[in-house]
Ligand binder design. Structure first.
Ligand SMILES: Cc1cc2nc3c(=O)[nH]c(=O)nc-3n(C[C@H](O)[C@H](O)[C@H](O)COP(=O)(O)OP(=O)(O)OC[C@H]3O[C@@H](n4cnc5c(N)ncnc54)[C@H](O)[C@@H]3O)c2cc1C
Length: 230
């Protein structure tokens, strides 16, 4: 994956700088002119901010606030099994989702840990509760062992929809708020964000997803879309 991305960047003449933390923004009369990083200053006529769970931290450095809450989100897999579960089940009632990977692992998760946080791990009691919920739905899973758990920080908005938008800083654009669903949004997210940065105007698809909807009240409530309470 990393190799394919590096090759594509080569083809496009794009530099991908790894291990390079943005530590600040350079502004001139309300317009972004570059970023400060742990590896020096990078001048830029336009900047796209796509930092998921750290979006609001970076926006603060640029001088504005985002309506984002950062939460830990965890998932886990079991050891390998013969095919026993040929579908995806999501239950908002007992609060778990489960599917079986082609290799055989059961893949399980729940909603976000309810507190705000930036740790790359969540609380154990959340895993315990989601396993109890899974066993309530499928008693045979009680014999499964947890093989691996992981957690990340997700950027949630209060209408559960992303923000792909310009910002109060000229030529600084933001793509965030994907919460628990940013993988499946990748193609539309990339296309519309690239269009917005290149033209300075929203693509028709992301017009309703602007930052100002939190001022106008024209929210896009997608809380029901995930089927587990995110
Ligand atoms: C456990 C878990 C399960 C999930 N399951 C699903 C799923 O089943 N389906 C789905 O669609 N989505 C899922 N998601 C959500 C999905 O992973 C995210 O929405 C998606 O990865 C967000 O993509 P992104 O490009 O916006 O951010 P990321 O892929 O998180 O990239 C943001 C990048 O910004 C970098 N960054 C942060 N701060 C700085 C800084 N100061 N300077 C430089 N770089 C910085 C980070 O290092 C990171 O590389 C899951 C998330 C978690 C945590």
């Amino acid at each position: 994956m990393a190799w394919a991305l590096a090759r594509r960047c080569d083809e496009l003449g794009v530099d991908l700088i790894q291990n390079c933390e943005v530590t600040g923004f350079q502004l001139d009369r309300g317009r972004v002119t570059g970023v400060q990083t742990s590896r020096g200053r990078i001048a830029a006529g336009k900047v796209g901010l796509a930092a998921a769970g750290h979006s609001s931290v970076l926006a603060e450095l640029a001088g504005f606030r985002l309506p984002i809450q950062s939460h830990p989100l965890q998932a886990l897999v079991s050891e390998l099994f013969e095919p026993v579960h040929p579908t995806v089940v999501m239950s908002n009632h007992v609060h778990v989702y489960v599917s079986q990977a082609h290799k055989g692992e059961l893949v399980l998760g729940a909603g976000v840990d309810s507190y705000n946080g930036y740790g790359q791990r969540g609380a154990f009691h959340v895993i315990e509760e989601q396993m109890a919920a899974a066993v309530e739905l499928f008693p045979m899973f009680a014999r499964a062992h947890v093989l691996r758990t992981w957690g990340g920080i997700v950027d949630t908005t209060f209408d559960a929809s992303p923000i792909i938008s310009d910002t109060p800083v000229d030529e600084l654009y933001v793509n965030c708020g994907w919460g628990t669903g940013g993988f499946k949004g990748t193609p539309a997210s990339g296309l519309t964000f690239a269009h917005t940065i290149a033209t300075g105007k929203a693509h028709p698809l992301n017009e309703p997803f602007a930052l100002d909807r939190f001022e106008t009240g024209q929210l896009i409530d997608e809380h029901g879309a995930a089927a587990v309470a995110h």
